[in-house]
Design a protein around this ligand. Sequence first.
Ligand code: ADP
Ligand code: ZN
Length: 610
Amino acid sequence: MTSSATRILSSVFGYDTFRDSQQEIIDHLIEGGHSLVLMPTGGGKSLCYQIPALVREGTGLVVSPLIALMQDQVNALRQVGVRAACLNSSLPLDEIRRVEGQLLRGELDLVYLAPERLLQDSTLEFLDRCRLSLVAIDEAHCISRWGHDFRPEYLQLDILRDRWPELPVLACTATADERTRREIVTKLRLGEGRVFVTGFDRPNIRYRVTPKINEKRQLLDFIRGEHENDAGIVYCLSRKRTEQVAKFLVDNGLKAMPYHAGLSAGVRHRHQDRFLNEDGLIIVATIAFGMGIDKPDVRFVAHLDLPKSIEAYYQETGRAGRDGLAANAWMAYGMQDVILHTRLAEESDADEIYKRSERQKLDTMLGYCETVSCRRQLLLEYFGESLPEPCGNCDTCLEPVDTFDGTEAAQKLLSCVARTGQRFGALYIIDVLRGSESERIGRFGHDLLSTYGIGTEFDVWQWRSIIRQMVTRGLLAVDLEGYGGLRLTPAARPVLQGEGKLLLRQETAAMARAKKPKKKKATVAILFEGGAEADGEANQALFESLRELRRTTAAEQEVPPYVIFHDKTLAAMALHRPTDEAEFLQISGVGQAKLERYGERFLAVIRESS
Ligand code: ADP
Ligand code: ZN
């Protein structure tokens, strides 16, 4: 059995070895066992049910939440010669009939359905008449009420267990905190199955967080400096902002488009389509964009607003670098984010328990932003994993943060907040601390306070950073009813009384500005590092010709270029320069079907260039 799985891996998908626990998961499913599979985005979940569906007798059902992306997956499968189709409401009736006919005759290896379609009585009754091999439930965290992608229909998927008790179920997700994990197992009744957790690390993604100064400009610098002509996703919190930011990028000569739930379905579809099909486009989106996007060559994900939890952040940033090549997760954040999120949580009509859970998630997210140690260690710890050494590929590892003993600064700040009556916002408090001669301070008589002018050793920027850190550490709270007034929390007392030292992150405006990204090598150049130095240019030129051929081939078939071959596969061709079919088949990402379809044309281009 293992040997047939391995054979399929290489002959159909063109890969020589399984990753992590793929093999174990596949064997378990082939033997008919249930499982929950937790793997990071890009980890290779799809093969875990696609290969068993090819080995087991009958058709595999794949439940997937997004109709728009099913076609993409089906296209990719057809390219490698797998008999796949989808059934959804966007298809014309005769197409649905055709697919149903194929299903009845056992001519399909895999069929993709949205949960609402699957759960219709007519669909279930129809499927009773078909021979099925397994059920795969993609994005299984959608079953969790606590999660950010909750889909009520997912809750009803447990009826599949009663209806077809003999069918093995594989649920998979990239979101995997303990609670979500338990919810999936309970609600889908996978109790007697196995849980497979693979490493959550995405070593090719570089995590960076920078304080906001002028975030649009900072974003522009980042993209120009490191991602000229790369595909990327920029996340914002509001619809309006996605439009403003997209316009700003376009005004500055970049190819960017907005995406949010307020745009018409047609516009959304067109923007997503272009993002998938063209090279080097930027999507500026609310979180409505991205679930199930399996474009492998997204080179960066930028956050202009703070995501509301680590899960959301990890999932969004996970959309970068699925192909395993270097990618960036970049975020700008500031005090406004903290206020906005706290307010959103307070204003929601959810119950108190839910709100508390939201607040905790936000706190953890803020802790991540302000951390002075390795960001990856912190992220992995959140998912219950540990990384013994700092990663060397996040900003705090690459440019260690300076810290300073902030106890005295904190005391000055806290006592100034107390003496002004715990109702003024950050900027006013800073004015008092720095001894500003503003008329307002005089009016309140705050120039007579003992804390007036005792904080001139820090500039406004530094004080803002200190205040932000005090808020994230829960020493100060922001009043949300009024104008963002600061007040002390019970946790502030020990600090005021001089108990314990407070280590703070040292940050100056000059430092934040100086962190201008350096120009770096194009991603493909890095791919060629294995080869001889002198060949670099020739390889690059061949790579570009192969890309051009891929572009025309993809256009002819109306599929995205990466469905034909990934960048990584083209780079391997450029590096190894296969001369015949046998050598071509050796390239990772080339299986039997792709050899037959494309071998000749691609080999011709490679030969021409030699
Ligand atoms: P996800 O876990 O996000 O669903 P995918 O299943 O889309 O990830 O896989 C991500 C990429 O990794 C795909 O391009 C896939 O073809 C590739 N991949 C998966 N398994 C292997 C493997 N064993 N060897 C090489 N590439 C693989
Ligand atoms: Zn690190």
